[in-house]
Design a protein around this ligand. Structure first.
Ligand code: SF4
Length: 333
């Protein structure tokens, strides 16, 4: 057998390892199409409470088409249409919209709604619910609002010491959909040490898209010297992808909204760049990064595929109604 000579890293062709799956998940796709359809059907303006999905480009594009983003439903003038974002809302927000005489479209991702239903069910059975998630995140605020008297937030293993429950034999954990799978299990283990009878949710709360994107990024991280994740700074699942890449041992990993945010210095000594995008990111932004990299010698693109995704959700049913007429009726009442 001939002697194999390793090619020095500097002589190896530069390449991009492109994650699959990446980008839009079924819940984001549905929410963005829902805003577009609402604008088409009812005309501008359509108000949207909070960013429909956590992505700067998506929000700016929809604004140009006539969507108006607000912090609270109470800011919307009576007789208008307001849409709730993919992250879900507490029942009090539906009530505010009713009080404000607004017609509503609920674009909450069905996988977030599933967690809301779990929370309602366990609260009815009088369980203490330990919701693992990030303090202040919209999804966590919405889920907690379903059963504020029964839910307490656990923001990582360091929070476990302060958790108190009424009856340690009636405790369940639930979670935000966009967490790091590994970190969440660390928190669950710490909770189980404290409450050995802790019940787990009937099915995974961390959604398929979050899990698949983390698996793909781990695969990239093992083969690249740099990982770039396209996503916004307030996108939970995108931030987690950068963290997962670093934990998987890649020397450097960064989150960028646009190709223009990439620093050329990051490429120094890098042969393989891993590239992926968060669940709220349209692929056009990834294509721009690919072009940017190609211009700098990273023209070879290898797809690293770790899963197939086929899930789609039907659009919110409210879009089948004449909401402008309903909103006009509401102000007459
Ligand atoms: S990340 Fe998961 S939970 Fe969030 S919108 Fe997408 S599919 Fe739904």
């Amino acid at each position: 057998m001939g002697r194999m000579t390793a090619t020095p890293a500097t002589n190896r062709p530069k390449r991009v390892l492109l994650a699959a799956p990446r980008g839009y998940c079924a819940g984001v796709d549905r929410a963005v199409i829902a805003v577009e359809k609402a604008l088409e059907q009812y005309g501008a303006p359509v108000y949207v409470r909070h960013e429909i999905v956590h992505n700067k480009y998506v929000v700016q594009t929809l604004e140009r088409k006539g969507a108006i983003f607000v912090d609270q439903a109470t800011e919307v003038p009576p007789g208008n249409i307001v849409m709730f974002s993919a992250h879900g809302v507490a029942p009090t927000v539906h009530e505010e919209a009713r009080q404000g005489r607004l017609a509503t479209i609920d674009a909450t991702c069905p996988l977030v709604t599933k967690v809301h239903k779990e929370a309602i069910r366990y609260a009815k059975e009088d369980f203490d619910i330990l919701l693992i998630g990030h303090e202040g995140h919209e999804e966590v605020i919405g889920t907690s609002g379903e059963a504020p008297d029964h839910i307490q937030l656990v923001d990582g293993p360091e929070d476990v010491a302060k958790v108190e429950v009424r009856d340690p034999s009636r405790v369940v954990w639930l979670s935000q959909t966009t967490l790091s799978v590994d970190e969440t299990m660390e928190t669950v283990d710490a909770l189980k040490d404290k409450f050995p009878q802790l019940i787990s949710p009937p099915s995974d709360d961390i959604c398929y898209a979050t899990q698949n994107r983390q698996t793909a990024i781990k695969e990239l991280a093992g083969q690249a010297e740099l990982v770039i994740v396209v996503g916004s700074k307030n996108s939970s699942n995108s931030i987690r992808m950068v963290e997962v890449a670093k934990q998987a041992g890649v020397p450097a990993a960064y989150l960028v909204d646009f190709a223009s945010e990439i620093d050329e210095a990051w490429l120094e000594g890098v042969t393989s760049v891993g590239l992926s995008s968060g669940a709220s990111v349209p692929d056009v932004l990834v294509q721009e990064v690919l072009e940017w990299l190609a211009q700098r010698g990273y023209a070879d693109v290898e797809i690293v595929k770790t899963a197939d995704e086929h899930l789609t959700f039907s659009l919110p049913k409210e879009l089948r109604r004449d909401l402008r007429a309903e909103a006009a009726e509401l102000v007459k009442e």
